[in-house]
Design a protein around this ligand. Sequence first.
Ligand SMILES: [Zn+2]
Length: 303
Amino acid sequence: MGTRIANGLSVDVEEWFQVGAFEKVIAPAEWDGLESRVERNVLAILDMFAAAGVKGTFFTLGWVAARHPALVRRIAEAGHEIASHGWAHDRVFTLDPARFAADLARARDALEQAGGQAVTGYRAPSFSIDARTPWAHAVLAEQGYAYSSSVAPIVHDHYGWREAPRFAFRPLADAALLEIPVTTAEVAGRRMAAGGGGFFRLFPYALSAWAIRQVNADGRPAAFYFHPWEIDPDQPRRTDAPLRSRLRHYTNLSVMAGKLDRLVRDFAWDRMDAIAAREAARLDADARAGAGADAPSHGRIAA
Ligand SMILES: [Zn+2]
């Protein structure tokens, strides 16, 4: 099985404690005292990708790169893309333009020093570029980013930007910066995030495979993501987080690696920078053909 369209494969590289589920019970000041699991988990992912012969993008926190530079170098040397997930997982809508710019610069510096390759891609923590951050894409363009994959074009209890297009678009009229939203599925008129993470881990494999095939049937690449902690059933267990958060964080950790191994073999995958380059060429061709202006999935949105 499988398809000829290469889909975007990405890993958001962060520790098990750097997630929204624990933000109310674990303060950033405690992070350095907690057990680090990111190295062993990322090494397992590198083995999985190598065995399947696939390349992907590792959106890595600057905080992680500063503490594990050899790991970042190893990811890069295996042929994967090192991209930015910001410094310490501050969601973009909690920052202002100046603080966002500083966060980006600090993370990029750590990532480029560790990885030895230019960083041209960005993923906002928790897909936190939305209607509240109309300045965010402009800051990314100013810093020379080629693409962002930071928008969830849905409504979700933690995130979402309902009005955003489902597929790659140029959010700025005066810059080439591309935004590649996380993959969504449309079921009974409702749009849901179907690009990985909890959706992939909590629901049956067939549902994610169906969503990717639907996107590919439209001739578009899917944008899929997961986290290193999602393949780690032995991570420390916190009992002090809200029940809803614990259910989401801990369910199906033991089956995730097997599901991922199947996914990376069932579909064709590529780095997000390669997906971005192909989608940019497609948008340019559509614009030349005059077809882009009134196609809703290609339309620009007000910045
Ligand atoms: Zn993250």
